[in-house]
Design a protein around this ligand. Structure first.
Ligand code: GLU
Length: 607
């Protein structure tokens, strides 16, 4: 348990400081009070016990992962089973037509491994693919288009994860999701609302309308939603692996993106895509070294580029470690975290792109020396005027403390969708897996007869550079991966897993993960409280986003006095996490409220 670790380093402030936000919002109930009553069919945000754990946004997906654990599967088997189930029950956030990033702690070698399953641009995609007459095309046109569809990374990653770290066959791992697609799941209010919010564009694509608007309207809560086409797709994948995309299925994916099948008479202009069957069949996930920083004496591992998650969370943590007051001052620590996030986002926007195309200074961005140089810009009593300029991780600006420079803001158009899950098994392996099809509902294009939506992940490219050094690293390119914010994270303490976490939420993923780590590791807040607490999100903008529950807290007052300005936003992130308690138990944690609440389970509850 990070929240009750013995003080180590300047920031181990104890639970009292961490409770600053938590008590203000009335969320001070003892964490284990929220454990799931035995036999309760309801969602439960916290489960504590032994032998393995799963936390996801959805009870059916958690159950799929638990089934693997119960039958001797590893954390990788459980993660893929849960991911495939989410493709059924959360088809607007993730699935077979999308991608994601997996972090995996292998107890066998004591190392954190990664799989980059980011969707890739077609081979025919050039730098100006999202411009017309030299101007970026309207973002909303890119959202519902074939142009924004990247070659899906999920199938190859699921297969690779099971092959590399699993004990079960792909057939066994896919079984729960196949049953779920075939037998159906009970529609809840979130599913209905997400369908309703997309109904206009879904109606323009006959295959999407047929699947998600049965009878012409969103399915009602309480009804059973079946997806036999997806069951068939999953069955073929379970049999053949990702190789199945090198055939009719892959050709169907490419055709749906290249020439999106629209309803006759639709007024929507749907831009065709550039994806080919060869792009789809040729997809390969990439194993990368994780991004790593030390924070509070812990080792924090995140996803290296093509995601900006690991470097941005990591850089911000390294800055917080050097700039927070360390004297029990919770608001001072939050101030440091907001300012660190501002600085780290400036660097993210300037430097992070697909490392196969651009030289990303990962090591320099995460170095203690650079953290010192960024931390020295932070004044404990006032705020940096935002947006701040990126620093120079190469050290070209000298080793002093260069004056902060304001610069034009970078556009933030990332969706707020996606989903995260964590799993752990009896051998001590841990998975932290974020999955996405980008916007809620992805491109809106369902592959006819195949039961899944295509991603619109290529909207995460910068459509054009917004100035010298601004956005160039993330322009489109052939076979390139657009920069992500996904931040699956695993924290080790003396080489052993201490915590795993992640979140959906586009660029707010980064700040969500950052704040939960700061809250738990630096301020001693129990993980369930840190997950539930009202969130803020500073992404190098003059105003910091804050959830409604943050307003009126002592923290808000103290930070406003230092010069922070907050603007209300309904919801930030949705965490799935787990931690190891000092007595050896695992505590799995899901959201209690956001997005309808998630569901956590352990193999053997109690202790
Ligand atoms: N496309 C985003 C990313 O890769 C995620 C979208 C979301 O979280 O909604 O970072």
């Amino acid at each position: 348990m990070l929240g009750s670790r013995k003080p180590r380093g300047a920031l181990a402030l104890g639970a009292a400081a961490g409770a600053l936000l938590v008590c203000a919002s009335g969320l001070s109930a003892a964490a284990d009070d929220r454990d799931r009553p035995p036999g309760s069919p309801d969602r439960s945000p916290v489960a504590t016990g032994y032998g393995g754990a799963v936390s996801t946004v959805d009870p059916d997906a958690t159950a799929a992962g638990m089934r693997m654990l119960r039958r001797g599967g590893t954390a990788a088997d459980a993660a893929v089973a849960a991911a495939a189930a989410l493709g059924v029950t959360e088809p607007y956030s993730a699935g077979f037509g999308g991608g994601g990033y997996l972090l995996y702690y292998s107890a066998e070698d004591g190392r954190v491994h990664t799989l980059d399953a980011r969707e890739t641009a077609p081979a025919a995609m050039g730098e100006d693919a999202f411009t017309e007459d030299g101007e970026p095309i309207p973002f909303r046109e890119a959202v519902t288009s074939g142009l924004s569809v990247g070659a899906p990374g999920a199938p190859a990653a699921w297969e690779r994860a099971v092959d590399t770290w699993g004990r079960k066959s792909l057939r066994q791992v896919m079984r729960p999701a196949i049953e779920l697609a075939e037998d159906g799941f009970t529609v809840d209010a979130t599913f209905r609302d997400q369908t309703a919010a997309n109904a206009g564009r879904f109606a323009d694509f006959p295959a999407t309308a047929e699947l998600f608007l049965p009878g012409g309207a969103p399915p009602e809560p309480g009804t059973v939603f079946r997806n036999p086409d997806l069951a068939e797709t999953y069955r073929a994948f379970a049999r053949d692996g990702a190789q199945v995309l090198d055939g009719p299925l892959g050709r169907d994916v490419a055709a749906a993106a290249a020439d999106p099948p629209t309803a006759p008479g639709t007024g929507r202009e749907v831009r065709p895509g550039l994806l080919t069957a060869a792009d789809v069949a040729g997809y390969a996930p990439v194993r990368r070294d994780p991004a790593h920083v030390e924070f509070q004496g812990l080792d924090v591992y995140g996803m290296a580029p093509s995601s900006s998650g690991g470097t941005t969370v990591g850089e911000a943590l390294a800055i917080v470690d050097r700039s927070a007051p360390g004297d029990g001052d919770g608001a001072g620590t939050l101030h440091a975290a907001l300012e660190a996030s501002k600085l780290a986002f400036a660097d993210r926007n300037a430097y992070i792109g697909d490392p196969a195309f651009t030289d990303v200074p990962v090591r320099a961005l995460l170095s203690p020396e650079y953290a010192e140089r960024r931390a020295c810009l932070i004044d404990p009593a006032s705020v940096l005027p935002a947006p701040v300029a990126p620093g120079d991780p190469s050290g070209g600006d000298g080793n002093g403390c260069p004056a902060p420079v304001a610069q034009p803001a970078a556009p933030d158009t990332e969706g707020r969708s996606t989903t995260h899950l964590v799993t752990a098994d009896r051998w001590g392996n841990v998975a932290s897996f974020t999955l996405s099809i980008e916007q809620t509902g992805g491109s809106g294009i369902t592959v006819p007869g195949r039961g899944f939506l295509l991603n619109n992940q290529l909207t995460d490219f910068d459509f054009a550079a917004s100035g010298p050094g601004a956005g160039e690293a993330n322009l489109p390119g052939p076979g390139k991966r657009p920069r992500s914010s996904m931040s699956p994270t695993i924290v080790l303490d003396d080489g052993a897993p201490a915590m795993a976490l992640g979140s959906p939420g586009g660029a707010t993923i980064i700040t969500t993960v950052l704040h939960v780590i700061v809250d738990t590791a630096a301020l001693g807040t129990p993980l369930p409280d840190a997950v539930a607490a009202p969130r803020t999100s500073q992404r190098n903008a003059p105003e910091t986003d804050a959830e409604p529950g943050f307003f009126g807290t002592p923290a808000e007052k103290e930070l406003t006095a230092r010069g922070h300005a907050f603007s209300a936003t309904p919801e930030i992130g949705a965490v799935a996490a787990l931690e190891y308690l000092e007595d050896g138990r695992i505590r799995a944690v899901a959201e209690p409220e956001r997005r309808g609440g998630g569901h956590a389970e352990v193999l053997r509850p109690g202790g």
